[in-house]
Ligand binder design. Sequence first.
Ligand SMILES: [Zn+2]
Length: 422
Amino acid sequence: MQKIIIALLLYFVMAGNSIAAVWVKINENNLSKLSVDKQSILQKEQLTRAWIKIEYKTPQKNIESPDKEYDLSKLLWYFNCAEQKSATSQVFQYLNAQLIYSAGIDAKGAEFIEPVPETDFDLAMRYVCSTRKPVKTPSSTSPVSPTKPTTKPETVKNPVPQVAVAAENPAPVEPAPQNKSEPTQLAKAKEKSEKPVAHAAHWTYEGKEGPENWGKLKPEFAVCNTGLNQSPINIEDTVDASMKPLKLLQKFPIKDIVNNGHTVQANFKVGNILAIDNMSFQLKQVHFHAPSENTIKGKSFPLEAHFVHADAKGNLSVIAVMFKEGKTNIGLEKLWKQIPSDIDKPVSLKSRVLASEMMPANQDYYRFSGSLTTPPCSEGVRWLLIKTPMTASNEQIEAFKSVLKHHNNRPVQPLNGRVIIE
Ligand SMILES: [Zn+2]
């Protein structure tokens, strides 16, 4: 009986791949690489399905029979884009291109859940739901994708075990069981590093302890050099995902301001909230970089503000705001009156400064996954970069630079297949 089911499932996989697969990498990290077969994306009624491939850099244990290991999963995933829910319909696991396990359930019987943010499920859903095209003539059985035939499909001779597994490059990864727990841990590390306690280990923006060597300065900084989801980035190609507006509550002012030698950071009183992905993040602090760290279509800005938010588990979201030279910014005006030149000496702020004074009214944004831009460069950070720049006067920009005495922008990092959505 089991054999028959496997044979049947295999048949469907083959059928599903009868049109050459076009794998698009949508995420890669230390653990795995996630790709979607663009040709397989098919929308039927309210469900959109796609074949997904996850290549693991170290073998994973099968949950049902832990003696079986696999380094590649091919999955048929269904997405309810309207409700933002996903379900697994079929699973195939391979080790060295040999099928070791398979299971399947009809999409109707599958359990649809809201994916945990930033997991493969979530990333795949965002990609698939943003690229799907409505089917003009929904045929009930055709597995053929309606995607436009403009891109030349890569020829795939051997659809099922075609993937030469990424095991030749066993990166020094700690054996993390599932991606899910990872960002939390890393984010905790990051939050610590963002606190004004600052530089226990010495690092700089120039010279021997500069960005190219951050990963070698301390074992904890290794990901600065080995990470695949590092920040900052250049925003070039984006995927339109018609995202919801930012939900912000910003009634509580800045408490104090500190120059930690790497940046000038203003810490907020408790109570400001960013709501995203059904999660709630507290605004912790804003700090500045000159010139900007992220760039938009290759364009750098003279100043960039990072509003760092953390949830109860230590997951991080950073809202980035660019400043171009122009009119004086009122928030910065009040803030800079007390800008400290002494390192690590926080100063209580006398005037009332709100985050909203340093954010534009139009808050359309780019979203991508990234990292801290300073050591330890921990990944798993949600980045929300507001498209519309604010202005700051030339004097304001120069005032920041003269207090800091050096530029504090890490160079732009490779995207490595990450998708930027807008
Ligand atoms: Zn920053």
